[in-house]
Ligand binder design. Structure first.
Ligand SMILES: N[C@@H](CCC(=O)N[C@@H](CS)C(=O)NCC(=O)O)C(=O)O
Length: 231
């Protein structure tokens, strides 16, 4: 039975931009597993109530329901152990965990500040009031005030990716010679921006830019071919 994944969608149901869902799209492709994605919106909490919580991604694999991107990656490695691993042993897990924390604690805020208004406009009208209300509470200010100018976003990101840039000068992927879960954890953050916004987060001569290009091309261009919101 094909795996199903609830995947955050914009006003255009083809536009998928959740960083956590993108991690899993890439992870499933890494494992060579087919997936049927189900477009989900912030206002569809009832549709994923069966998972016992209100966030996506939610994976349904036969009778098994798993939520949370990290838990899903662990589930996939355990259940499909004969397929390419997402995290190889304790060391692979530790590396991926570090990258996950960098993505969430260092990169999330500058990316959010760069794209928040584009993201807001990409949402279905029915999702916009919830998004504005919940995010303005989280950020402590109006979305319009939280937004920063494109040149400031690029400057902040250039500093924020410094350790990743240093690593990617030494090896092609965060995981080493081949991409794996550590790479997908970071890449999801860039897909969050890419599919809703044209803002430049990286300079073209940045090694992180070259890495992102390679990631876009993986799995027959899975990410590169994905739909983007009309600007
Ligand atoms: N720790 C979770 C985070 C998932 C998450 O925050 N998903 C967002 C979409 S990017 C969501 O479903 N938000 C719903 C909401 O804010 O109500 C994971 O890694 O999967």
């Amino acid at each position: 039975m094909t795996i199903k994944m609830y995947d955050l969608a914009g006003a255009d149901p083809a536009v998928r931009f959740s960083p956590y869902c993108w991690r899993i799209r890439m992870a499933l492709a890494h494992k060579g597993l087919e997936v049927e994605t189900i477009a989900w919106r912030f206002s569809d909490k009832d549709a994923i109530a069966f998972s016992g919580q209100g966030l996506v991604p939610v994976l349904r694999d036969g009778d098994t329901i798993v939520h949370d991107s990290w838990a899903i990656a662990e589930y996939l490695d355990k259940t499909y152990a004969d397929r390419p691993r997402l995290m190889d042993g304790e060391q692979g897990r530790a590396l991926a965990s570090l990258v996950r924390h960098i993505a969430q604690n260092v990169l999330l805020t500058p990316i959010a500040k760069a794209i928040i208004m584009d993201l807001f406009h990409a949402l279905a009208p029915g999702d916009q009031p919830y998004f504005r209300d919940s995010r303005e509470k989280r950020f402590g200010m109006a979305l319009e005030k939280f937004q920063i100018a494109p040149d400031a976003a690029l400057a902040q990101m250039t500093i924020a990716v410094s350790p990743l840039r240093a690593l990617l000068k030494e090896q092609p992927f965060l995981n080493g010679r081949h991409p794996a879960w550590a790479d997908y954890c970071l890449f999801g953050s860039f897909m969050w921006a890419r599919n809703v916004s044209d803002v430049a987060l990286l300079a073209p001569d940045d090694p992180v830019y070259a890495w992102r290009e390679q990631m876009l091309d993986l799995f027959d261009g899975l990410a590169r071919k994905s739909a983007r919101a009309a600007g």
